[in-house]
Design a protein around this ligand. Sequence first.
Ligand code: IPE
Length: 257
Amino acid sequence: MAGTVVIKWGGGLITHKDQLCTVNLEIIRSLAEVCSKTSKKLVIVHGAGSFGHLKAKKYRLAEGRISGIDQDSAVIDVRNDMLELNSVVVKELRSFGLDVQSYSPHQWANGTGADFTGELPLHHGVTVVYGDVVDDDTKEFGILSGDDLMLRYSIEIPNVERAVFAIGGVDGILRVPPSKAGPDDLIEVWTPNMEFEGEHAADIDVTGGIGLKATRGAMIAATGIEVVLINGEIPERVLDAIEGKSVIGTRIESGNC
Ligand code: IPE
């Protein structure tokens, strides 16, 4: 039986990150096509990009309930915006003949960070989940990042062969911010003891930027699962990464071995 690959489609990859609620349809379509070319069982976790971070930042949703700010409609809006982005992802995957089922985290997950609770839903075909505004027992609500979903799916569901983080605009983890990087600045193998100067886009990103992907990646790698971070704009790389072939990108290791 083919093994399972858990793959993140970063929000910055599948949306135009600085234009509110704008999908990058071309990229979503190319990723969907790649997914139709593999016999691996897939769990796809997608990010939010401009469908989540901008409004979540404005209404400080990651911090939970804050008195004095009317956050209720923002919680509903961001959930609806994410449903809209998710429906595009699902539609494109189905257009390539894939049997897809999507599960909105606000309906089954509680809490944020790596220790969120809720049973991980799994479909016999392609499973899709995404970063979302979820209920939280202490702060009322919060933002559950797709990177935390990556961690938990990768280490908890059976037969996971590898985890792939597909991101936009860069070939992997770079030693210096992308705007200053040259071809030699790609880190081919990254371990948590290595420094890098990622671009965190703190002004728009309410979760953790590339740093969170790297840390969650290392936690996955610590369980013996292969982890690779690649440029999701290049379909051949995405397919090779899913298939476990050697690919330009950053392999993430735990550093414990
Ligand atoms: C963020 O999810 C979810 C919301 C802001 C609603 P992610 O952390 O997985 O999103 P990206 O990949 O950074 O856009």
